[in-house]
Design a protein around this ligand. Structure first.
Ligand SMILES: Cc1ncc(COP(=O)(O)O)c(C=O)c1O
Length: 410
């Protein structure tokens, strides 16, 4: 781990000085053409120094390493991979995941499902049931456009509504029963209630039962590998029982979906056929704290591949600087400054945050740029509209984020 002492002994002041020199060299960048250049993917001369802040920057090498690590682990387990897109909300990321063997993607909203499917990604699994008429009718028309689309149901009432709407539209919806796996937000009780619902769905003329979905959200962030495995086993025990009962009853059990970045290397032993991991693509500071198989303090399986680039806006008081990363940009006190973990991140206002230190931060100057690892990817990516893709300091691409800005969110 980088300490204050080792960081400054390694010449941090020099690094910051180099950043200032780089900034001076970018005065010639044609800022007025910034958006036009992005539109035509002309990234000549575009470095991190010329970017507007705060913005999201992806380290392409670390990102690709994370994707390959997960793909290789799934292959070796073996278990299928249908990664969750809620953390990145990016078609470009999803395409790279499927290119490495993912069988589709998992989504949190009907809008995410429409975006992914509309971009040609097959095998979208939406993990919420269509409870509103709006969502139901959209799920029906998405099924019509894309017969590989699937969604979940945890309530017999919704199953009846889906059957009725699907019959009226002459489509056959593909559905997995969402069962309880330790998270009280969704999932019908395991055992008889789940099997009865599966039976009802299987008997519906316009719904094809695909299997089960069981997301163990509390296991994912349980600290320490052994404790996490115990928790996941506990949460999935009822699910395994349900699947066995369904199988015995002759019901389809082809899909048993669940899992997370925290449990990706244990759930293949606990009855899942496919994983819905999401955060591994970029990782966030909360996930880094859960500990892994080889290190109980820090989760080293995946790298922090995405950071929020910020600018130091003001330095008028001892022991602190002001940055242009505030509440609107999803600043959290649990965020971490890349390479300078001793800096405390504090919220200040809509457009401002504070970095505070007891000692060893005084070298930071107005105009310096720092990178911050956000605490929760889902929340943060929702506030931004693009990823700047970086190879070292050079920007080599820009990928849109669905965020909340696009009509597709509605
Ligand atoms: C339904 C569902 N599946 C899987 C995940 C796993 O995601 P992660 O790998 O980011 O923990 C989530 C995350 O919130 C989820 O909501």
């Amino acid at each position: 781990m980088t300490t204050r002492r080792s960081f400054f002994a390694a010449g941090a002041a020099g690094l910051l000085g180099a950043a200032r020199a780089a900034r001076a060299a970018t005065t010639g960048y044609p800022y007025a053409e910034f958006e036009q250049r992005i539109a035509r993917k002309d990234f000549r001369g575009m470095t991190k120094d010329v970017l507007p802040t705060p913005c999201m920057v992806v380290d392409i090498d670390l990102f690709e390493k994370n994707l390959k690590t997960m793909a290789a682990s799934a292959k070796a387990s073996p278990i299928l991979l249908r990664p969750h897109v809620k953390v990145h909300k990016s078609v470009d990321v999803a395409r790279r995941q499927t290119a490495l063997g993912a069988i589709g993607v998992t989504t949190a909203t009907i809008a995410e499902s429409e975006l992914m499917s509309g971009s040609g990604i097959q095998g979208v699994l939406w993990t919420k049931q269509p409870a509103s008429m709006n969502n139901l009718m959209r799920a029906i028309s998405l099924t019509k456009r894309d017969p590989t689309f699937m969604f979940v149901i945890d309530d017999p009432l919704v199953a009846s509504q889906v059957e009725e709407a699907a019959a009226a539209a002459s489509v056959k919806c593909r559905v997995a029963v969402a069962v309880y796996a330790g998270l009280t937000r969704q999932g019908i009780a395991n055992g008889k209630p789940a099997v009865d619902l599966a039976r009802k769905i299987h008997a519906s003329k316009h719904i094809a039962l695909e299997g089960f979905m069981a997301y163990s959200g509390t296991a994912s962030h349980t600290h320490g590998f052994a404790a996490r495995r115990r928790k996941s086993a506990e949460d999935l025990a009822g699910v395994q029982e349900t699947v066995a009962l369904a199988r015995k009853a002759g019901l389809p059990t082809g899909i048993v979906s669940g899992g997370s970045t925290g449990t990706y290397n244990m759930d293949h032993e606990l009855g899942l056929t496919e994983l819905e991991c999401g955060s591994y693509v970029f990782m966030d500071s909360n996930y880094k704290k859960v500990g892994g198989k080889s290190n109980d303090e820090i989760y080293t399986d995946f790298e922090n591949a995405m950071s929020v680039l910020v600018t130091v806006d003001s330095k008028q008081h001892p022991g602190q600087v002001t940055i242009d990363y505030g509440n609107k940009a999803m600043i959290q006190v649990t965020d971490q400054v890349k390479g300078m973990p001793w800096l405390q991140v504090e919220r200040q206002g809509a457009e401002y945050g504070i970095l505070r230190w007891k000692d060893g931060g005084n070298e930071i100057k107005v105009g310096d740029r720092l990178e911050i690892y956000c605490s929760n990817l889902d929340m943060s990516t929702n506030c931004y509209d693009r990823y700047y893709i970086a190879k070292g300091d050079r920007i080599v691409d820009v990928w849109p984020i669905m965020g909340r800005t696009g009509a597709a969110q509605r």
